[in-house]
Design a protein around this ligand. Structure first.
Ligand SMILES: C[S@@+](CC[C@H](N)C(=O)[O-])C[C@H]1O[C@@H](n2cnc3c(N)ncnc32)[C@H](O)[C@@H]1O
Ligand code: SF4
Length: 388
């Protein structure tokens, strides 16, 4: 039975962080009823699409409100969206309903309302563990705000995930290790995502890097941060199940696992993308209009228009399966691929011989000791896939 998730995109934030290249814009006045109608129209469209295409999934396993900063949405709006989804889809008994949240006073006062609206998992954008790092990242909150919200949140929600951005040029490894350990001692969290800072084209950091005003760390410094973070988290009973993701047993992200395992998801809201396996086992992509006002206009009054609605070519879809699946410690199920001849190419056999990748039965995975150079290994595998 195929897994199905729904992603709902909220595109607004209080301000734009200098590193962020997500589809997020400075918050403007908005009309919640229009947004509710537009969200509902797209949800209904997909429900009908799945019926027409005989989609073989009984239950919905996850709903993810991402952004932007969806914790700026009125809890009432979130509740109404969830009520509507529940009318159209059967929820799994253990459905995961995540809300991305920023750790400010606004959210502190809304935790109970989010919980009553149906949210059962919070992904909190902590990002930095001290005020210097938070300032460098252009965040609007300080570490005290984070600690206050987590103190309260851990009493109300038993599935909390925290996002951190680390290995910054201003960070010192010993200090980072100490801060991370102190943080883990103090709070009861179930999941942690630790991301290396990526400098994306079009962001403020990209310009600053080009002007020499900020620096990024060397590969060797990143390697030290990466393995040290991994070992602290593992000592604290977090399992690394994906390159950047760690969880206590059974608290892996159901939603992101749908992406990593190339299952089915529906993307609602500006810029959101959907991927569905149809009844002919073809991978179908829907891409929503990215600009919030354009999307809204296109999804109001019973309409739902897309920027793109295509069948993805098998080569592209298989590259995606490889790229996403190789992020997981458990690797990917080779039965998902039609073309497996690349596994016998010299380069791939060499990687296998050196123990950098493992191929056992129908499973291909990267040895986690090489996760710090994951991108390089995946590139090599994809090049071989394309040339075979
Ligand atoms: C949609 S964003 C988070 C939303 C939420 N508004 C926040 O700021 O916490 C998802 C996560 O991606 C990570 N992220 C975003 N841009 C990044 C970048 N350039 N490098 C590394 N991590 C990044 C951050 O940890 C962030 O929490
Ligand atoms: S990191 Fe979060 S708060 Fe900052 S601009 Fe991106 S989505 Fe908004």
């Amino acid at each position: 039975m195929s897994k199905l998730g729904i992603y709902i995109h909220w595109p607004y934030c209080i301000s734009k962080c200098p590193y962020c290249d997500f589809n997020s814009h400075k918050l403007k006045d908005y009309e919640p009823n229009n947004w509710l109608e537009a969200y509902k129209n797209q949800i209904k469209y997909f429900k009908e699409y799945l019926i027409i295409h005989d989609f073989n999934s009984k239950n919905l396993s996850s709903i993810f409100f991402g952004g932007g900063t969806p914790s700026l949405m009125q809890p009432k709006l979130i509740e109404q969206i969830l009520i509507y989804i529940n009318k159209l889809f059967n929820f799994d008994n253990n459905i995961e309903i995540t809300l991305e949240s920023n750790p400010t006073n606004l959210e502190l006062n809304r935790i109970s309302d989010f919980r009553s609206a149906g949210v059962n998992r919070i992904s909190l954008g902590v990002q930095g563990l001290n005020d210097t790092d938070l300032k460098f990242l252009g965040r609007l909150h300080n570490s005290l705000d984070t600690f206050n919200i987590l103190d309260l949140m851990q009493k109300k929600i038993n599935n909390i995930s925290v996002d951190l951005i680390y290995a910054l040029s201003c960070q010192n490894l010993k200090t980072w290790n100490r801060e991370l350990q102190t943080f883990l001692n103090r709070f009861s969290i179930q999941h942690l995502s630790a991301y290396q800072l990526v400098i994306e084209k079009g962001t403020k950091f990209y310009d600053l890097l080009n002007k020499g005003k900020i620096k990024i760390v060397s590969d060797s410094k990143y390697k030290q941060f990466y393995f040290s973070t991994k070992s602290i988290l593992e000592e604290n009973k977090f399992n690394q199940y994906e390159i950047s993701n760690f969880s206590k047993p059974n608290y892996f992200s159901k939603h992101n696992s749908i992406y990593w395992k190339s299952e089915n998801w529906i993307g609602i809201g500006p810029g959101a993308v959907s991927r569905i396996w149809n009844d002919k086992n073809e991978r179908i992509e829907f891409q929503n209009f990215k600009k919030p006002v354009t999307w809204l206009k296109n999804c109001l009054h019973g309409k739902t228009n897309f920027k793109k609605n295509i069948k993805i070519n098998t080569d592209i879809s298989e590259q995606e399966i490889l790229m996403m699946g190789l992020r997981l410690n458990e690797g990917l199920d080779l039965n998902k691929l039609q073309n497996k001849t690349f596994l016998y190419n010299d380069d791939v056999l060499k990687l296998k011989k050196k123990g950098i990748i493992k191929i056992e039965k129908n499973n291909l995975r990267i040895n986690e000791d090489y996760f710090n150079v994951h991108d390089y290994i995946v590139r090599k595998i994809i090049d071989n896939y394309l040339s075979s």
